[in-house]
Design a protein around this ligand. Sequence first.
Ligand SMILES: [Fe+2]
Length: 234
Amino acid sequence: MQHSEQTAARYDIYARIHKAIRAMMSETLTAVGRCDWHDRDECAQTLAQVRDLADFCFAHLTHENQFLHPAMEARAPTTSMAVAHEHVEHEAAIKRLRTQAAAVEMLNGDARLAAGDALYRMLAAFVGENFLHMHDEETRHNAVLWATRSDAEIAGIEQALVRSLTPVENQQSMRWMIPALTHHERVALFAGMREHAPAPVFEGTLAMARGLLSAADWNKLDAALQLDVEVDAA
Ligand SMILES: [Fe+2]
């Protein structure tokens, strides 16, 4: 109990993006599992979602390699090596997913169904491995970061990473992160964005949130952000 109270107070660089990835992986896996591969439109839409996931996962592990692992190695040598090795395996798995998605697209009839089933099993194994991988990062990697870096330093690493995102990567992150966060995490995300991002980015992301959230969640977010305006203006 004491441990969880202690760790809960520290800055968790993985928490929000990993919620987004878990949501995207879960929804994509479910979509592949229920897909009618004979339905041309549904097949195209589902394979596009698999390719989006492949792109997103590749970008994510690249960002961790570029920004997080050097920060860990600088203060605690070799601590990122195991995860870095898994990232190499994930790159190969992402390639295999893309190849299998292309096979589903090219084949017809029963061969397409068999390829779709194989894609589902391949994706399920990939998602399973990634769930355990993210748990390792959230526990073991965070322990290293918290032992060697201040919260301000960890937040600075995250800000540098976020600044490196392409507009498409940024939009994909928000698309999956916003509905996956708790209300309080969502309010903190938008409050920070209002303070630091250009107004059109904040407004565009807020408009996206309105389309993604339930009416109840949107109303809570809207009320909380209005409250912030009043507090800021006071
Ligand atoms: Fe990772």
